[in-house]
Design a protein around this ligand. Structure first.
Ligand code: 5AD
Ligand code: SF4
Length: 362
């Protein structure tokens, strides 16, 4: 057993060099011991309860041009959509009737007064329609503090803004230098969200071209230093119509990116026992059992996709995205069986707020 692993299992504090060693585990038994420790930590802190967030991909319109993303503004091969109120309310109603407790509204990164007003209006509309019983998370990109506050006042309680890569050099290598992607502005966004009283989530991609284990260890330390409440992270996946596709020969094999993502989840759970961690769709893209494996490494949130099937096909951040034609009611029923078969209970009808957040407030 590596020294770092036995230290970890004996609850010794984790320095960067230990994180690097643990992320670099190649031995299967050690890998499993690490994930198991992630699961045990979860059981003892937030419990073996999985919270559902119904995901509504409101629009694939985006003003930005991230090198890795399939819905980047420069990809003119895709049809752009913006869901109608009716579609949004139908998805919200599904979440409500099926006791999801919570919704996530995700968009490309748009800005300006029209967009700010659209989101504000939809927040109010959804709350009215669902008896104020669903909590809403927004994942709508960088905005001014005023806009974050306006949306908070309109009823959003959580916000996801992924840092994507927490080391400045890597962040800058995966985004164009077009004035739209400033590392410091992104961090200021996370701070502004905290000031507005949100439960704040961030995340990174794992297995990016040029990314080292040191970068990933820094990502974990970044989450801890920023005292973040929620994390969504998963493997980077290729998309053929993006500039990053040209670097595909630099990538780890998909299954190694997958296993590395599981170790990231386990280590994060051990470092931050009370935060919410999502088992990302990207995990499931590489391995059909990815979602449950993420849960068994320490994740406690899943986000079933409630976007209408016709538009779902247009929200392709990466190639081979799963569940493109699965009806939401069908996948929800399966999810219940799958999660109970691995010893987890779904937190039906519960908001599933980040316990870390309530500790932070106190
Ligand atoms: N592979 C994996 N994740 C991606 N995202 C965007 N493009 C990709 C990709 N090619 C993630 C980003 C973004 C979130 C909505 O999806 O982290 O924040
Ligand atoms: Fe737009 Fe987000 Fe994709 Fe970047 S990752 S291109 S901001 S949708």
């Amino acid at each position: 057993m590596t020294g770092a692993l036995s230290d970890l299992l004996n609850n010794k504090p984790l320095a960067k060099e230990h994180l690097v060693q643990l992320l670099g585990i190649t031995n299967q038994e050690e890998h499993e011991a690490l994930l198991h420790h992630g699961l045990n930590t979860k059981a003892a802190s937030v419990g073996r309860i999985v919270y559902l967030r119904g995901l509504i991909e409101l629009t694939n319109k985006c003003a930005k041009n991230c090198f890795y993303c399939g819905i980047r503004a420069g990809n003119d091969t895709i049809e752009r959509y913006f869901l109608s109120d009716e579609d949004v309310l139908q998805a919200a109603e599904f979440a409500y009737k099926n006791q999801f407790g919570s919704l996530v509204i995700q968009t490309g990164e748009l800005s300006g007064p029209i967009f700010a007003a659209q989101i504000e209006r939809l927040l109010k509309l959804i709350h009215r329609h669902t008896n104020n019983e669903l909590t809403i998370t927004l994942s709508c990109g960088e905005q001014s503090q005023e806009v974050y506050q306006r949306w908070k006042d309109a009823g959003a309680s959580r916000y996801l803004l992924r840092i994507e890569a927490s080391t400045r050099k890597l962040y800058e290598s995966i985004h164009p230098a077009d004035g739209n992607h400033d590392y410091d502005t992104r961090i200021k966004g996370l701070e502004d969200l905290k000031k507005c009283g949100y439960q704040v989530g961030t995340g990174v991609m794992i297995g990016l071209p040029g990314q080292t284990l040191e970068d990933l260890a820094d990502d974990l330390l970044f989450f801890s230093k920023m005292d973040i409440d929620m994390v969504g992270m998963g493997p980077y996946l290729e998309h053929a119509d993006t500039p990053m596709f040209d670097k595909r020969n630099l990538l780890l094999p998909a299954n190694e990116r997958f296993l590395l993502s599981l170790r990231m989840i386990a280590l994060l759970r051990i470092m931050m026992p009370y935060i919410n961690i999502a088992a990302s769709t990207a995990l499931e893209t590489i391995n059909p059992l990815g979602r449950q494996m993420g849960i068994l490494a320490g994740a406690n949130v899943v986000m079933p996709n409630l976007t209408p099937v016709t538009d779902r096909k247009k929200y392709l951040l990466y190639n081979n995205k799963p569940n493109l034609d699965k009806d939401a009611s069908l996948s929800t029923a399966t999810l219940n069986d799958v999660l109970s078969s691995i010893g987890e209970t779904i937190g039906y009808g519960r908001a599933g707020d980040s316990i870390h957040f309530s500790h932070r407030q106190a």
